[in-house]
Design a protein around this ligand. Structure first.
Ligand SMILES: C[S@@+](CC[C@H](N)C(=O)[O-])C[C@H]1O[C@@H](n2cnc3c(N)ncnc32)[C@H](O)[C@@H]1O
Length: 193
């Protein structure tokens, strides 16, 4: 990122903090939104190893974790560059979970994971950094692990990085519908080849 991009990136981070502080993302906990979290969990069950270690990039205040109550996992690391969202997630004291305030653009994992999730987060990463971030995370995906991505509507600036990545094979791709024409999510699950 050039200086100007870095400035906008910093401003976006501040905006996310303000929005979480103001409770603007509470709608992610609605029943309508729950369908996409459940689809991610179904993919974890179907394609991931049992009892996986999970990395959730751009985890917000931990809604995926809230939805995983019935799902067995060995560990959960949620990261988000919004300090406010991470503080909110930490307060929930989820078992086997850790939440860290980190920027996906600079985050260097210190261990490997069985599942890496970009849940409504990948398209917020600056275009010039998307390939770097994805490849760095793939270097920390265990053999037999999966990477799962969810994006609202068409996901411009997202799917090409997954579908055209020679290191990835698509296992399944679906559209989660809500009954409202313009409200849907696309979710893909991939493995490393
Ligand atoms: C729409 S919210 C989704 C939150 C959560 N994944 C969910 O679905 O409940 C997008 C999240 O991505 C985070 N985010 C955006 N860019 C990021 C970056 N470069 N590094 C880490 N987190 C980022 C935002 O702070 C925000 O919490």
């Amino acid at each position: 990122m050039n200086i100007l991009d870095k400035f906008h990136h910093w401003r976006r981070k501040r905006r996310w903090d303000k929005q979480y502080k103001a409770g603007q993302w509470e709608n992610l906990k609605s029943e309508k939104e729950s369908k996409r979290y459940f689809q991610i969990i179904d993919y974890l069950k179907k394609y991931g190893p049992t009892n996986p270690s999970i990395l959730d990039i751009g985890c917000g205040d931990g809604v995926l974790n809230e939805r995983m109550k019935e799902f067995e996992f060995s560990s959960f690391l949620g990261l988000d560059f919004s300090k406010v969202s991470i503080e909110q997630a930490k307060k929930k004291n989820f078992p086997k979970a850790e939440f860290i305030s980190e920027d996906a653009v600079t985050f260097q994992p210190t261990r490997n994971f069985d599942a890496i999730v970009f849940n409504e987060a990948f398209y917020y990463i600056h275009d010039s950094e998307k390939t770097n971030v994805l490849n760095r995370m793939l270097d920390h995906l265990n053999e037999g692990g999966v990477i799962i991505t969810s994006i609202y509507r068409e996901g411009i600036g997202c799917w090409e990085y997954f579908k055209e990545n020679p290191k990835l094979k698509e296992l399944e791709f679906t559209t989660v519908k809500t009954g409202e024409e313009l409200q849907y999510w696309k979710i893909g699950v991939y493995k490393k080849v």
